[in-house]
Design a protein around this ligand. Structure first.
Ligand code: HEC
Length: 240
């Protein structure tokens, strides 16, 4: 009985000592930090001054941004490559009535396309295709097309993608054959990919501008035989 009492006393005394040792005469101090990591979470929060632990400063870390990685799926506004920056600037065309009508689906009047009609007919692809880059552009285009468009538009661009074949798309909208849209200007193709059209959703938040222009090339390739084989591009251009 007595022994137990003594043990309890001893324990209490130890705890008291520990508590006292954790106090400090500085009223601003939180006292001794037994587990600093629990007081200051390391570097996960955006602007936490994680450079300082127990008064020890790591100046090198402290002066750098901790939030350097952009969230997944962020579309870069502009690149660091000078030749690409121009392309990344917001394109002149703004979403207008057509976009509101088709995506807000106000009144479901999908024929109201005045803004789209005004989309500049003379806009040419800002990503100029040359004999040197043609292959790369079409390769990148294929990659983008395969991940974002092929299920509706089909591997041959004939509007017969797996979603259409399976009936999942219902009878909502008819996906056109690119070949029938041969006269579309590059500006309009760009506009439709960026803002969407009818039952096709907007892709502006999923693709950066260079990627959209890459896809414009890829769509053209379905419309014009030999597009991207360079002699034919020159021909097609002069025919426009
Ligand atoms: C959900 C199915 C779907 C997806 C995904 C889709 N489209 Fe479409 N697309 C359509 C439909 C439907 C139309 C017809 C729109 C209309 O004229 O009403 C269309 C039309 C178009 C047109 C013609 C636009 C015009 O001005 O007449 C182009 C070009 C086009 N799509 C390119 C693309 C590209 C490139 C992608 C991938 C980034 C893509 N589409 C993804 C369904 C889709």
């Amino acid at each position: 009985m007595n022994k137990k009492f003594n043990l309890n006393m001893g324990l209490s005394f130890l705890i008291l000592l520990a508590l006292m040792a954790s106090c400090s005469s500085n009223p601003d101090s939180a006292g001794t930090e037994y587990m600093p990591d629990m007081y200051r979470s390391p570097a996960i929060e955006t602007y936490v001054d994680y450079g300082e632990i127990r008064g020890r400063e790591n100046k090198e870390i402290k002066t750098k941004l901790s939030a350097r990685q952009t969230p997944k799926y962020t579309v870069p506004y502009y690149g660091t490559d000078g030749s690409e920056v121009q392309m990344m600037l917001p394109n002149k065309r703004k979403a207008g009535v057509a976009w509101r009508e088709s995506h807000g689906l106000f009144g479901w009047d999908l024929n109201a396309e005045s803004a789209y009609d005004k989309a500049r007919l003379d806009t040419v692809n800002l990503l100029t295709m040359t004999p040197e880059n043609a292959e790369t552009i079409l390769k990148n285009g294929e990659k983008l097309y395969t991940s974002m468009c092929v299920h509706c538009h089909g591997e041959k661009g004939d509007g017969n993608g797996t979603m259409i074949q399976s009936g999942a798309y219902g009878d909502m909208g008819v996906v056109p054959n690119y070949k029938d849209l041969d006269t579309l200007s590059e500006g309009k193709i760009y506009y439709s990919i960026y803002y969407g059209k009818g039952y096709m959703g907007a892709h502006g938040s999923l693709l950066n501008k260079k990627e959209i222009w890459t896809l414009v090339h890829y769509v053209r390739q379905f419309q014009r035989d030999g597009y991207g084989k360079f002699e034919d591009v020159a021909e097609a251009e002069s025919a426009e």
